[in-house]
Every structure is written in C-alpha cells, then in structure tokens.
Design a binder for this molecule. Structure first.
Ligand SMILES: [Zn+2]
Ligand SMILES: [Zn+2]
Length: 292
C-alpha cells in the first residue's frame, strides 16, 4: 500500500515538474512542448477568424471568450494534474490483478513505417473518441457533464477546449487503451497526433466558413460541427448529430451526419440553457447546484 501512495505522489511530482518546464519553456527539446504548440495553433486560428470571419457581426472577443481561454489551460494543466494521480491509482489496481501494458497489444507499430503508424494510431484513436462522444449524448448521466461544452452560445476557436473536467475521466481510459493496443507508440507519434487533433478541433469551432471541399466527408469542419451545437434537434436525430472529433467519416458511416442548410446563424446550446451556470466554478461543480 505504501508503494501505491509513493507512486501516486511521484506521479504528482512528475506532472508538476513537467507542467512547469512547459510553461517556462524549459523542456529538454523546445519543440516538444504542448504549451508552446497550443499557443501557436491558437494564435494562428484566431488570426484567421479575425481576418475572415464567417459571422461578421460577431465580436472578436465574443461572449465567453475569456472563459473558454481559461478552460484551455485549466483542462490541460490543472485538472489533468489531479487526474494523473487518480489514473496511477487505477493502474496500480490493475497491476494487482496481473494486468499490465503487454496484456492488450495487438499490433507492433514499430514494425511499420512512421507515416503508417501515425495514420493507424490517429484513425483508431479518433474512432474511439467519436464513440465516447456519442455516448456522452446518449446517456443522461454523461450528458450532464457534456452540457458544459454545449453551453457555448457564440462559437469561436477557444470553445473547443471548454469542457467539464469529468470528460477527461471518460475519454482518458479509452484513449489509454488505444495506446496499449499498439506496441511502440512513441511519444513523438502521440505528440504529433495530439497536435493534429488540437488544430482540427480549433478549426471545427472557429468562426470560419470552410468545409475543405470534397474532404468534408473525411475531415470534420466548422460548417459541420456548428450543427453539432444546434439548440433545436430534428426528430430524426433526437440524441444529437455530427459527433466527429477530427474525422467526419464516422458520422457518414453510422448515419449520424446532418447538415440541412448553412448553419452560420443557427441558435446554439440546449433546452433550458439559460438556467445553466455561467461561471467557471459553477460549471466545474455542475451538476451539483443544478436548478431544474
Ligand atoms: Zn457533443
Ligand atoms: Zn464542439
């Protein structure tokens, strides 16, 4: 039992050191720095929004811009810090039952070319996230947490990372399982895939009139994802639609795609969203303090 606590404390320490080296730009290799790339991707997508806005009347610093901006960093560093200890505990419990990382491996990515490993990891990881997202809409217990992401009323890139910290609890075990399925997921592969996802996710929420032409059937995009945030759901998709994270192809395969017309000015949110907490703290403790 002492070992377990030691491991959890060490995880916390390791995580804190890592986060500190990132935000002070003192990582061993400057280019492997999430904080740096999060800033770069955010600034680039924001610049496109300002230069070529889809909704021209929307303010540059739209409603909740700073709330979403806070979420970007809190979800990356603060909430993930606490969860890292929680996941170490789970991992320790699994090892107690002799379940370790070798128990899951189905494919050795090291035996493939780098691009092939990257592609397979990206596609499988994205499908798992698509399915998790579908479940967040399907079950009321999960939806209560996912409402935070859907409480966005004016869309912009930073809304991408507005989500309840509990979502990490739902996504992380499944994403970890994907890493475990493949032997030899190098940190570089995980890093590149993660940042491709961040860039696409930022673009999906950006105030931009783009859908990548014929690639829209493969790649998620702002004109598709805006419908995912529609307040009024059609009878044909009463549990939601367009659940894609980076790829839209899963929605086309499973018939959860829905873009009836240009969604530039549709109302966003969900029923009774006017009663939903507006503050970071209120949203983070939700559904505690729920009014309806
Ligand atoms: Zn959703
Ligand atoms: Zn979204």
């Amino acid at each position: 039992m002492i070992d377990v606590w030691d491991n959890i404390i060490n995880t916390f320490k390791g995580y804190a050191n890592w986060a500190w080296s990132e935000i002070t730009f003192s990582t061993e290799f400057w280019y492997i720095n999430y904080f740096l790339w999060l800033l770069v991707v955010s600034v680039v997508v924001f610049a496109f929004e300002v230069a070529f806005p889809w909704r021209k009347t929307q303010k540059v610093f739209r409603k909740d811009f700073w709330l979403d901006f806070s979420y970007m960093f809190l979800n990356f560093y603060v909430f993930a810090f606490f969860l890292s200890g929680f996941f170490t505990l789970i991992w320790e419990l699994l090892s107690y039952f002799n379940i370790d990382s070798d128990s899951f491996v189905i494919l050795d990515l090291k035996s493939l070319a780098l691009w092939a490993g990257l592609l397979i990891f990206f596609v499988v990881n994205d499908f798992v996230q698509w399915f998790t997202h579908f479940l967040l809409h399907r079950f009321d217990f999960l939806w209560q947490f996912h409402k935070v992401h859907h409480s966005v009323k004016e869309m912009g890139f930073a809304a991408h990372l507005r989500y309840h910290w509990m979502e990490n609890v739902f996504y992380k075990p499944l994403k970890t399982l994907v890493v475990l399925l493949f032997f030899g997921v190098e940190p570089q592969i995980a890093f590149i895939v993660h940042f491709i996802s961040i860039a696409i996710g930022h673009l999906n929420h950006a105030n931009l009139n783009i859908d990548y032409g014929p690639l829209k059937y493969v790649l998620n995009n702002p004109k598709m994802h805006i419908w995912h945030h529609a307040k009024d759901l059609p009878a044909s998709h009463s549990n939601g639609m367009n659940f894609g994270i980076s790829l839209s192809i899963w929605d086309y395969i499973f018939k959860t795609n829905y873009i009836p017309h240009d969604g530039r000015d549709i109302e966003l949110g969900f029923e009774n969203d006017e009663k939903f907490p507006q503050s970071l703290i209120g949203q983070s403790i939700y559904p505690l303090g729920k009014k309806d």
